[in-house]
Design a protein around this ligand. Structure first.
Ligand SMILES: C[S@@+](CC[C@H](N)C(=O)[O-])C[C@H]1O[C@@H](n2cnc3c(N)ncnc32)[C@H](O)[C@@H]1O
Length: 269
């Protein structure tokens, strides 16, 4: 696992050092982290007792996957990431899921992993797609639509690019406020500032968020229906689309249950 060389601070790609920084910073830096995970989880178009495969692209520490595994006890998970350190942490986070969860190393921008998604019921991704530029995101949405099962969904949480300067100011200020509140006014906020993590104040070449509106259009053009934004705060959005719209065959996972599970998982990291 030695070929992963993306570096946020230097050559425009994510590096193992960024995995460590992100893991330390996430409780402060990710606005409403458990809320985002819960929003993604309760949108999964399967009832709690159904069997399906979920794929998490850029799984990081595995928090989203572990929440999905708790809420859907018959589902299985493929958690993919490019960072050895993240995959190592994800192994612990996903331990309770046993053989239902597998992990593998991948390069998001390459096309050699796409067949792993074949027949999946749900592809999820949190805070990873902004490492692809707009055309690459659009192409990925098309490829994922082609591989998902007939009832499948693509559900994304990510940083989104503002389209006017006032929106950039809004995203920047509200992200700082969120980080300040989540740090309880403590040292975590200083670290958030020192690392220049707020993309809307400190754009950096490894982060290529695309406007939300464009991404919703690309999802629709790829063939997804009921494309929408479901949650948004401080320049971070939860959005996605479905291959079909219909009632679940049983009871779904409600937001409150998903939130309780996500909070539990996040607290254990
Ligand atoms: C900001 S972290 C988010 C992690 C996790 N999904 C979460 O929400 O906490 C971004 C993740 O994407 C992974 N990543 C970034 N660029 C990647 C690439 N080109 N290929 C594979 N993984 C990548 C990183 O290793 C990292 O785990």
């Amino acid at each position: 696992m030695g070929d992963f060389t993306i570096d946020k601070s230097g050559n425009g790609e994510w590096a193992e050092e960024d995995s460590r920084t992100y893991s330390d910073l996430a409780p402060v830096a990710v606005p409403g982290r458990a809320e985002q995970i819960a929003a993604l989880t309760c949108l999964v178009p399967f009832s709690a007792q159904e069997a399906f495969t979920a794929v998490d692209l850029g799984c990081g520490q595995g928090a989203l996957g572990a929440t999905i595994m708790s809420c859907f006890p018959h589902a299985s998970l493929l958690a993919l990431d490019g960072s050895e350190a993240m995959l190592h942490t994800a192994r612990d986070t996903l331990r309770a899921a046993g053989e239902r969860a597998t992990r593998a190393k991948f390069q998001l921008s390459s096309s050699d992993w796409i067949e792993l998604v074949e027949g999946a019921g749900c592809v999820l991704s949190s805070l990873a797609f902004h490492h692809l530029d707009g055309p690459a995101k659009k192409h990925l949405f098309q490829r994922l639509h082609g591989r998902l099962s007939g009832r499948g969904a693509l559900l994304i949480a990510d940083l989104v690019e503002p389209q006017v300067p006032q929106a950039r100011d809004l995203f920047a200020l509200t992200w700082d406020r969120s980080a300040w509140e989540q740090a309880g006014g403590g040292g975590g906020f200083d670290r958030f500032v020192e690392t220049r993590w707020n993309h809307f104040y400190f754009p950096d070449e490894s982060d290529k968020p695309s406007p939300l509106y464009h991404q919703l259009q690309w999802l629709e053009q790829a063939g997804f229906v009921a494309v929408d934004c479901f949650w948004m705060q401080a320049g971070h959005a939860v959005y996605g689309g479905f291959k079909e719209v219909g009632p679940l065959s049983g009871e779904g996972v409600g937001y409150e249950h998903a939130l309780a599970m996500a909070e539990e998982v996040v607290a254990r990291l």
